[in-house]
Design a protein around this ligand. Structure first.
Ligand SMILES: Nc1ncnc2c1ncn2[C@@H]1O[C@H](COP(=O)(O)OP(=O)(O)OP(=O)(O)O)[C@@H](O)[C@H]1O
Ligand SMILES: [Mg+2]
Length: 129
């Protein structure tokens, strides 16, 4: 039987007061290990908001999110950042690049941060990779 990797239980996300501000209205889903999962919806439906909620990128305003049975929606910022660096790969809709690094160094940076606990050394540009 496949293991549940991510589990969302009644997730809500509001950006403002009232019905209009509510983007995620009690979303529940299971995401299984090894599956390729797609979120589809019209522009503005809340796909990015849901991805941020499921990956601990943004705080939710209601419900719970579990990753490998750990409740990420209750984690402190520091714990969430460590989990994201070690476990999540993320391609943003908009580019979020560090402007004084090359594209290659930007890609490398994610791996560097994710392996920080293993004392890797940041060694600069492509030639030293
Ligand atoms: N930081 C924010 N502050 C206020 N409203 C926001 C914020 N982020 C998203 N929204 C609103 O939440 C709704 C869902 O946005 P979201 O970006 O999740 O949609 P989407 O499905 O990813 O759209 P697209 O297909 O265009 O990428 C939109 O109405 C958007 O304006
Ligand atoms: Mg989007």
């Amino acid at each position: 039987m496949k293991k549940v990797l991510l589990f969302a239980d009644g997730v809500c996300k509001a950006f403002g007061a009232g019905k209009k501000g509510l983007v995620l209205n009690h979303v529940s889903t299971d995401i299984y290990e090894g599956d390729f999962t797609v979120i589809m919806g019209a522009s503005g439906a809340g796909k990015s908001t849901l991805l941020y909620a499921l990956s601990g990128m943004d705080r939710i305003t209601g419900g719970r999110v579990f990753y490998k049975e750990r409740e990420i929606s209750r984690m402190k910022e520091r714990e969430m950042a460590a989990l994201r660096a070690a476990e999540f790969g993320f391609v943003f809709q908009q580019t979020h690049l560090v402007s004084n690094l090359t594209l290659f160094e930007n890609v490398k940076m994610a791996g560097f941060l994710g392996n920080a606990g293993r004392r890797l050394q940041w060694s600069g540009g492509p030639r030293s990779f």
